[in-house]
Write a protein that binds this ligand. Structure first.
Ligand code: ATR
Length: 272
């Protein structure tokens, strides 16, 4: 039951009305009997919102678009990895001191680890935004052989350089072969569900194909990959694992990952 002692958590972003984080984290709190509640706040003014976190004693926060970079300058401390990635998606409030973390890259690695090792694998990351940067960083950490491909060549080349990775222009990705392909672009997301970010011909049996899009749960890329005999990892898996890492930072308890997954997939399947 909610009382004066209940620990308060929330997501801040804009928009947040479709966020799956409240359903996921509240299901997790309930499962382990933790006295916490998780809410969603649509936030425009990030500086004022961080002031609110401090003054209200909110224990932990998920940070989403468009505040993942701008929030960093208002925190007391940033975890070394989040600093290297250049984005924070999680805040932990320890006795009034706010520390920022990035669990997006960990979420991607854990989701991928269910289907494949990464060390030594030829990994193609599609896209050059914040998600590509976080995931690319994680692939490097695990010893994957990273290549970035992006529609805007200059932006892609810049990210590849930052990550000390190779760059491959979209029109020549068919000339190479890949063990793991990760889509971080919005191509294939509702309502454009009939689009794929790569030509079908680069998908071959035995590959692992991951999509960070979870709306729909099975994108055309994942469906095509599955039909061709690839192992697939959907966007819900990454989302749940990044949430599980947040949960563990906040509560210092093991996250009930399967309950969190059921909560998220239940909503996504209904939204279909
Ligand atoms: P995020 O920070 O969430 O990763 P982002 O910064 O908006 O989001 O980046 C989105 C990525 O998806 C970019 O790499 C973008 O390519 P550009 O750099 O060329 O803009 C890519 N993207 C979005 N729509 C695309 C489309 N229709 N075709 C190909 N790439 C697309």
């Amino acid at each position: 039951m909610i009382s004066t002692r209940t620990n308060v958590y929330c997501v801040i972003g804009k928009p947040v009305s479709h966020s799956l984080s409240p359903i996921m984290h509240n299901a997790a709190f309930e499962k382990i009997g933790y006295d916490g509640v998780y809410l969603a706040f649509e936030v425009e003014d990030i500086s004022a919102a961080v002031g609110g976190i401090r003054s209200l004693g909110i224990r932990g926060v998920s940070v989403t678009i468009p505040h993942k970079v701008s929030v960093m300058s208002y925190l007391d401390e940033i975890d070394t990895t989040a600093l290297k990635i250049g984005a924070v998606n999680t805040i932990v409030n320890r006795h009034g001191k706010l520390k920022g973390y990035n669990t997006d890259f960990q979420g991607a690695l854990k989701a991928l680890a269910e289907k494949s090792d990464i060390h030594g694998k030829r990994v193609l990351v599609l896209g050059a935004g914040g998600a590509a940067r976080a995931i690319g960083f994680g692939i490097n950490m695990e010893g994957g052989r990273l290549t970035i491909s992006n529609r805007s060549l200059e932006r892609g080349e810049r990210l590849a350089e930052d990550l000390q990775a190779s760059f491959c222009a979209p029109d020549v990705i068919e000339r190479n072969s890949w063990d793991i392909i990760i889509n971080t672009t919005s191509v294939g997301m509702t309502p454009e569900t009939d689009r794929m970010p790569v030509p079908e011909t680069i998908l071959t049996p035995g590959q692992v194909v991951m999509d960070i899009v979870y709306n729909p749960l099975e994108t055309l890329l994942l469906k095509t990959a599955r039909d061709k005999g690839c192992a697939t990892v959907d966007g819900a898996a990454m989302f749940v694992y990044q949430g599980a890492c947040q949960f563990e930072l906040w509560t210092a308890q093991s996250a009930p990952v399967s309950v969190m997954g059921q909560a998220v997939r239940g909503v996504l399947l209904k939204r279909k």
